[in-house]
Design a protein around this ligand. Structure first.
Ligand SMILES: *Cc1c(COP(=O)(O)O)cnc(C)c1O
Length: 382
């Protein structure tokens, strides 16, 4: 079932991507939200897992749609042969709308895009498939409520002329990871009003979608026709107070390397740039050959690694290529070459632990693991 590392380089530091975990997670979420459909968010290189491997696994696990931010990401999926519906929702004046329409990619529309999309569709003589994106409170992308009548009127007229086909209406939630906050009720209330208004303009598409992973898992009233789930399919919990295991999800990324150096140091030894840490007793230090050049945040403090089944903590600053852990014993039995796990696998450590150490969240930890870390995909289906 496993694809072994192909090069020595891969063995030095690598992320194991467990495709079977992604399939499992998609299945868990699909069961939970049925009859709503599942769009797997595979933007940003599949949250760092690899666009194509993550997409393959998500589709094998039962995803009905793939979702990306950029048309360029969607085009990569088409070039790789994915025929499943794909939605891309973040555009600029430089976005290749013609290529998107020709590639049968659905386009999120917050307002201004409708003009250039209609122009491209008319030139191609092929209707553009669009999903109207509404801001119900996130204050980010999406059409603000004041613009809805104008947007619906323009979209309805383009649809009547056969220039576009309105496949969906969607919104994005701001605080679904904190299920008790009332702003989610307010957003969903406004979304319902928007759907009623759209209906008055003759717009009643098949795909109404609002939920991200936390909403999919905590707010059945947000499921509508489809959920857009990212972090959950990678086996990460979106909630501060619930683990992956609590949610029945399996983390799909394990970040591994091996100990690059071990040495004894006396009490008072300062560690790494800035000498922000000094050991208060004689000890041994282990060198971990991953740094911010690999996506390990420089800001991390007291971050965990697992070596030979035991957790050690980082000391001093993370550098570009490396950081140091206190092995907590002058006579440590940790040796150069011993396997190191930062998170995932059987380590008992998760990306959220690194998120806590680095003042961020698991999303950012997994997504920013860099190109210098090869992805080794295991657990692929036949
Ligand atoms: C990234 C994204 C999602 C997925 O969010 P998760 O919290 O990772 O499930 C859904 N919808 C939109 C618009 C997004 O940008």
């Amino acid at each position: 079932m496993s694809t072994l590392p192909e090069s020595q380089d891969a063995l030095e530091r690598y992320a194991v991507i467990d495709a079977s975990a992604i399939r499992h997670n998609v299945g868990v979420i699909a069961d939970y939200v049925r009859p709503a459909k599942v769009m797997a968010a595979v933007k940003a290189d599949g949250y760092g897992h690899g666009l194509l491997a993550a997409s393959r696994a998500a589709v094998d696990g039962g995803a009905d749609w793939l979702g990306v931010a950029h048309v360029s990401e969607a085009l990569q999926l088409r070039e790789a042969g994915f025929e499943i519906p794909v939605l891309a929702w973040l555009h600029t004046h430089a976005t290749p709308f013609s290529a998107a329409i020709a590639g049968n990619i659905d386009l999120g529309v917050s307002g201004w895009e409708l003009g250039p999309i209609a122009e491209a569709a008319e030139a191609l003589q092929a209707p553009a498939h669009v999903h109207l994106k509404l801001d119900t409170g996130l204050g980010r992308n999406g059409s603000p409520a004041s613009q809805w009548p104008a947007l619906f009127a323009e979209a309805a007229s383009l649809q009547e002329r056969g220039v576009i086909s309105i496949e969906g209406i969607f919104t994005h939630l701001a605080v679904a990871d904190e299920p008790d906050r009332r702003e989610t009720d307010e957003q969903l209330g406004l979304y319902h009003e928007a759907l009623d208004l759209a209906d008055e303009f003759g717009i009643s598409p098949d795909f109404r979608h609002a939920a991200n992973t936390p909403a999919a898992l905590s707010r059945p009233d947000s499921h509508f026709d489809m959920v857009r789930v990212g972090v959950g399919i990678y086996g990460q919990s979106p909630f501060a107070d619930r683990s992956s295991a609590d949610l029945g999800l399996r983390p799909a990324m394990e970040l591994r390397t091996s100990v690059a150096h071990v040495k004894r140091v006396p009490a008072g030894q300062g560690i790494s740039y800035g000498l922000t840490h000094r050991v208060d007793r004689p000890t041994s230090l282990g060198l971990i050959p991953l740094g911010y050049g690999d996506g390990v945040p420089r800001i991390s403090v007291d971050a965990p690694v697992s070596i030979n089944g035991r957790v050690y903590r980082s000391v001093g600053r993370v550098a570009m290529d490396q950081f140091v852990v206190d092995l907590e014993d002058e006579d440590t039995n940790v040796q150069v070459g011993d396997p190191v796990v930062l998170f995932g696998g059987d380590s008992g450590l998760c990306a959220a632990d690194w998120g806590r150490a680095a003042q961020t969240i698991n999303y950012e930890i997994i997504t920013r693991i860099g190109d210098r870390v090869p992805r080794i995909v295991v657990g692929q289906s036949e």
